[in-house]
Write a new protein. Sequence first.
Length: 354
Amino acid sequence: MKKTHLLFLIILSITATVAAQPSNGEPNKCYARCYLPDEWITRTTQIIIKEAATYIQITPAEFDTITEKVIDKAASTKILVIPAEFETITEQIIVKEASTRIEVVPPVYETVTDSVLAKAESKKLIAIPAEFEIVTDTTRFPRFSSVSWRYQKVKNCLSSNPDDCMVVCLVEVPVRYETITKSILKTPATTKEIIIPAIFQTVTKRIVKTPATTKIIEIPAEYQTITKKIIKTPAQTKVIDIPASYKDITKIIVKTPNQTQVIDIPAEYQTISKRLMVRKGRFTEWREIICPHSHNNTGIKSIQRKLKELGYYSGPIDGVLGSKLKTALLQFQEDNNLPKGRLDIKTLTKLGVQ
């Protein structure tokens, strides 16, 4: 309602500023410069709001409950041991085997006295010195008992060889007599062999009367009497068959396994309408309208009925140009791209109202 009032005020204020009348007006008709609103067009486009996708739909498995008989305990065998039977007996056992040992019989000695040769008989040479006697004698040396060569050099020797100038003279030593005392051998030295008798020594010694011997001594075996248990009847085993035991169990089995299905999810689009202005709002040229004094009750009712038929008007059919009718009229003019705010002839023609 406020919007309608404001629109009528704008039209009136703008109308007051233009020329007072149209150039081609006719008598008994009313004219007005109506405001044509902005012209818009609506363009519809689709935008994607959700991309196409796929998802895997899993169909769960179906299960059945079944009862079946299963082995609770497998068949087996049992080995029964029959113990052995024993009896007690007494017997002698050898604890030490018979053997022999060698015993040494020591030698028998006796003490005897005997003369033994301590030093054997030997011979010894004794030197008997020579016997001398002292005699006095006058001894004459021989005439030529000794000679002496004398050398003499000849003076005024005519030879050039010095040996030719030497004179050698043999000088004879005259006989000399001398009284000497000398010891002369009376009995020459000799040796005498002396026999040294053997030396014997009396000794006491032990001699073997009977030499050492050995003898073999038999050692008898040693026995011991023991009491022991012996097996009278050996142990035995007996195999006993144990049958298997069964029990009923209830279990869930898969009737239909899980299944997967790939489902394509198409992209989701949204249709949006976008209004685009194609012409700016403006005032029309002078157009014929129903004069205000010509607004009769019957005409207004016709407009109300028509707008009600078209779905714009919901008020009473009372022939009154009220706020609801004005709102419905403005909406009809806007939807049909008609000048707004006036009951012009073009609007009435569009409505089919005469």
